[in-house]
Design a protein around this ligand. Structure first.
Ligand code: HEC
Length: 109
């Protein structure tokens, strides 16, 4: 019986585990050349860092594949507005970097 409970707890934990951000590579930059002609790897890495720093504080990190460019373009500013109410600032530039990271990693495969 104890084992049974332990297994259920384990399954619940794994099932609800939040997204772990994937490290971007040059291949991701190349893949997005048509969408973001000026994108570079440093920018993607900065987007990842900002995402990890700011987007897992109220809920777990969301999977980038959940939304497309239009969706993230709306959601990130919406989240930034929530942050502002708590006195945290996510600049326009930081929002754009997060959006580029999410759209790039979400469009994988
Ligand atoms: C200040 C707290 C807070 C921070 C920081 C925050 N969120 Fe949220 N987020 C929420 C709350 C509350 C909800 C659920 C209510 C809602 O959707 O408005 C939510 C819901 C979501 C959802 C699901 C709803 C939807 O629109 O699809 C996504 C995706 C999301 N957040 C992404 C992000 C991203 C990306 C960031 C970083 C830019 C972020 N969140 C930072 C509070 C936060």
């Amino acid at each position: 019986m104890k084992n049974y409970v332990a297994i259920i707890c384990l399954l619940l934990t794994v099932g609800c585990a939040s997204y772990k951000a994937v490290m971007p590579t040059q291949a991701d930059v190349d893949r997005m050349a048509a969408t973001y002609p000026n994108l570079d790897l440093a920018e993607l890495n900065q987007g990842k860092m900002l995402f990890e720093k700011n987007c897992g504080n109220c809920h777990g990190l969301k999977n980038p594949a959940k939304k497309d460019a239009e969706g993230w373009g709306k959601t990130v500013p919406r989240m930034a507005a929530k942050m502002k109410k708590k006195g945290e600032v996510l600049t326009q530039k930081d929002q754009e970097l997060i959006i580029r990271f999410l759209v790039t990693m979400g469009a994988k495969e």
